[in-house]
Design a protein around this ligand. Structure first.
Ligand SMILES: N[C@@H](CCC(=O)N[C@@H](CS)C(=O)NCC(=O)O)C(=O)O
Length: 214
């Protein structure tokens, strides 16, 4: 398998964790998101993904996009060890936590959104950073409230089993730290983060450990 990705990309980070967790080797193909205006916009990459977004997973010529769809594909093709529980209610909970980040927080702070704010709407860097922090802090507060209310957490978001929810939480926290977001209001999320970062699958997938890390 070949993963088109970039060390800082949190959606790529999710897929790297899942591949590591399942013990699946892969070729690391760099798509630099800022060099020369962004390699994601190059015609060669648009031919791979017309959305001009990473990650893309190439599995024997089949190109898969959208990190959560890729992870569900890996789950179906390589079920062990699992990243989704078997009980329907638990699966729905795990997916809701993952989607709460992937749909409600991450897209608002994607690189192209931040670029549009600065280049087209002429907001200052301070305003852009305030926008970033606002959506991360508010979004994580909602995740924290869900985790507490559902009473399903253990070491991880679902008891003591690593799931898709943890795979999506960890990269979002890396982003939050990079932009100096407040995190003291989400102690449950941070406890889960700390426990995940004791596991090699998460540690080895972090940005600083990637071949293109700057
Ligand atoms: N929903 C997509 C999001 C993919 C995404 O936004 N990727 C970012 C990097 S984390 C990207 O390629 N950004 C390029 C840009 O904004 O121009 C997924 O989960 O795969």
């Amino acid at each position: 398998m070949k993963l088109y990705n970039y060390f800082r990309s949190s959606a790529s980070f999710r897929v790297r964790i899942a591949l590591n967790f399942k013990g699946l080797p892969y070729e690391y193909a760099v798509v630099h998101l800022t060099k020369g205006g962004g390699q994601q916009f190059a015609p060669e990459f648009r031919a791979i993904n017309p959305d001009a977004l990473i990650p893309v997973l190439d599995d024997e010529g089949q190109r898969l996009t959208q990190s959560l769809a890729i992870i569900e594909y890996l789950e179906e093709t390589h079920p062990e060890p699992p990243l989704l529980p078997t009980a329907p209610l638990e699966r729905a909970y795990v997916r809701a936590v993952a989607l709460g980040i992937a749909c409600e927080i991450h897209p608002l702070n994607n690189l192209r959104v931040l670029r549009y704010l600065v280049r087209d709407l002429k907001v200052t860097d301070e305003q852009k950073d305030a926008w970033y922090r606002h959506w991360v802090e508010e979004g994580l507060a909602a995740i924290e409230a869900r985790l507490v209310a559902e009473k399903r957490c253990g070491r991880y978001a679902l008891g003591n089993q690593v799931t898709l929810a943890d795979v999506v939480i960890v990269p979002q926290i890396f982003n939050a730290k990079r932009f100096d977001c407040r995190l003291d209001h989400v102690p449950t999320v941070m406890r889960i983060f700390d426990h995940c970062m004791e596991l090699p699958a998460f540690v080895d997938a972090q940005p600083a450990r990637q071949p293109d890390a700057e």
